[in-house]
Design a protein around this ligand. Structure first.
Ligand code: NAP
Length: 346
């Protein structure tokens, strides 16, 4: 203490993180030539954090240097986030939103996007994703046994009817890019065959314990950028997405050791690994020290080749967001949602 005030040079008991110069954050080039920040802030409150808490995090994240925000209508907080974003120069932001499953009918796509635009306080989106490749609806906050009575498997002709409207959003100037989410290789094969405007990204679960190497390589080879959700292993995820066999990335001994060597939390190692591997992680947090350290990890010294190799070997093929609530048959394995045999499950 100096004169009763905390000295600016007082020793810190936790790593002090400075705001990051947003222009130094790595970027990904999309096939259109557009540049997207290689880290974004997730905004799903996991049914735990209120819209106000998430919007407050967005405000803080802008202050510390985030420019990319991963939003969705089903997160039920876009209007609160929009109230924050609308005060920031639009050209410096990368805003993603997503079409929810109950709006796949062709007549619903443009109005759903317009509603997200209104909520987010912008006249265009940088990226608009089809949140899931199924029209199977589940209400926010539901439990793992919830099923939509008219749930059905992937039907390519129906998905293409939705995609044609997604393409129309680009034609109308309402969105700059369109993309997929939770979409497997066999579904992407059909989409790439039939699309007039190809997906620019595929948002997929990616963290050290779930690296999806085949899908990761596939999308990059097709000029599609992988966006990685649950990059920390989603320790605060809703109960419906928890299974007894799930592993915990941030308790992995390799990740804990590397974190100790770098003087950071294991979560930060997960984020740093993700950016260095080549995906775009969208970590969520409402805690400033957490989202600030996550962003700072993208501009500090890289992990060594040995550390990257050790992290690659932590993969446990442990999918966390299994998607039970989107199943369409009684007694069906959640694995059917993910086409494990390389063909679309019916
Ligand atoms: N497209 C899709 O279908 C889909 C699906 C799921 C998620 N997403 C998107 O992906 C985003 C991220 O996923 P997620 O929120 O499930 O999981 P996540 O980012 O892997 O985990 C978030 C949690 O990690 C902890 N955390 C974050 N940074 C930390 C740090 N530096 N140190 C310590 N702990 C830290 C926080 O836990 P505490 O709160 O306990 O501190 C936070 O709640 C979502 O917000 C959403 O935007 C998309």
């Amino acid at each position: 203490m100096v004169d009763g005030r905390i000295s600016r040079t007082a020793p810190a008991f936790f790593p002090v993180v400075m705001p990051v110069d947003a222009s130094l954050v790595p970027q990904r080039e999309l096939y259109t030539g557009a540049l997207m920040p290689a880290i974004g802030l997730g905004t799903f409150g996991s049914d735990r954090f209120s819209a106000e808490q998430v919007a407050h995090a967005v405000e803080g994240a802008l202050e510390v240097g985030y420019r990319h925000f991963d939003c969705a209508s089903v997160y039920e907080n876009q209007d609160s986030i929009g109230a924050v974003l609308r005060d920031f120069p639009r050209s410096q932001l990368w805003i993603t939103s997503k079409l929810w499953n109950d709006k796949h009918a062709p007549g619903d796509v443009v109005p759903a996007c317009q509603q997200s635009l209104a909520e987010l306080g912008t006249d265009y989106l940088d990226m608009y994703l089809v949140h899931w490749p199924f029209p199977n609806f589940h209400p926010p906050g539901c439990d793992v046994s919830s099923r939509s009575p008219d749930a059905r498997p992937y039907v390519h002709s129906e998905f293409m009817a939705t995609w044609r409207e997604m393409e129309r959003l680009v034609d109308l100037g309402l969105v700059r890019h369109i993309g997929t989410s939770n979409t497997t290789i066999p579904k992407l094969e059909l989409l790439l065959r039939d699309a007039r405007i190809a997906p620019a990204v595929n948002e997929m679960e990616l963290h050290p314990h779930f690296q999806q190497p085949e899908l990761f390589r596939y999308v990059l080879n097709k000029g599609i950028q992988p966006i990685g959700f649950c990059p920390i292993g989603s320790p605060a995820r809703p109960d419906r997405d928890r299974s007894p066999e799930d592993t915990v990335d941030i308790e992995d001994p390799v990740i804990v050791r590397i974190a100790r060597d770098h003087g950071v939390h294991p979560a930060v190692v997960c984020v740093k690994w993700a950016v260095q591997r080549g995906q775009t992680p969208i970590p969520f947090s409402i805690n400033r020290n957490e989202y600030e350290s996550n962003l700072a990890s993208t501009v500090t010294d890289p992990l060594s080749a040995d550390e990257m190799r050790a992290l690659a070997e932590t993969d446990k093929n442990n999918r966390l967001i299994k998607g039970h609530v989107f199943l369409w048959k009684q007694d069906q394995s959640w694995e059917d949602l993910w086409d494990p045999a390389g063909v679309i499950c019916q």
